[in-house]
Design a protein. Sequence first.
Length: 372
Amino acid sequence: MKKTFCCFNIVTVIFFSLLAPNSFASISQKIKPGDTLYSLLKRENFNEKQVRKILVNSPLPRKYHLTSGDLYQITRDKGYREIKLHSPYGNTAYLFWSRGSEEAGAKAIEEKYDVQIVKAEGYVNGSLLAALTDKVGDQRISYRFLDAYVHRYQLNKVLARGAKFSLTYEKLFQNGAYIKPGEILETSLMIHDRQVVRKLVRFPGGASFIDPAEPQLDRSLYAPVNYQSISSRFQKRRFHPIKRRRIAHLGIDYALPPGEPVYAAYAGRVIKKGRSRGAGIYVALRHPNGLETYYNHLSSYRKDIKVGDYVGNGEEVGKVGCTGYCTKPHLHFAIKLNRTFVDPLKFVRTYPFIGKYVIEKQIAQSNHSKNL
């Protein structure tokens, strides 16, 4: 593994909280399997009244399942207690605190990190996920690598044994302590005897992986969110995390923090909106190209949106949430063609309409450089 820039020589799990009223020592702990925000707060000795206040004000859903193994920071002092969770997306962190026996609160905050750029490469001898994790030591980076290719390839079907991979990615630190992985900046993977490259392009509010040589003009829809992290793909038989049995998963899930904007994937008219037991709060659109798109598990839809309204390409229709059958905030995005649900990954681009001009400019510049 090659490091192109290193901010620190020693990584320690003890650092000082800038958010506490004084400079109390904070200690990093690991999330345990099955943890929820409620169980974490109780384990860290928040009393029931404090927990209730925090859950009412929390930007996270009450039943939000934390990721086992992730770090959180706990600060303790006489009459003061603070927990800080770091979102896997962007620079958002969640702060939960108490003072005295009754005062408590919660809020989302923007964090600043020191960035270390790391390069790694290896070969696939079995599972790509296992090979990646062996090299980078963090499965979250491995899954993010898969996001770069999921729109074009089913990797389990196209990878040959011994396929070479490489990646350049970020590791984020605060006060010398490793907090979480940042973004993957570039990937390369041997598919069908050629190295297929993906590059990250950032635009206001988000980022997407692109193939510098492929403008994706064959895709009729734009991504409905700013950040494309696929947590579950279209499957005819998937083990349902709530119903505990195998049922069809007729869409794709974009994993995102609550409150992130959800956009119309194409211009169209609202044909349904409301709330159901399974889909939670949802909106459905019908488009001139014959497709229908469905946006499920929203925390809310746009207040002024009504059935029959025309919605422009890339207009916001709602916010990411965790309503209905849901364990973590995400957007379940589905497409119907001729009244039948189809795999969205065959229709949707890797970037939203809001990122169109930045990404198309990047692709044009890349193609121009190759032609010089």
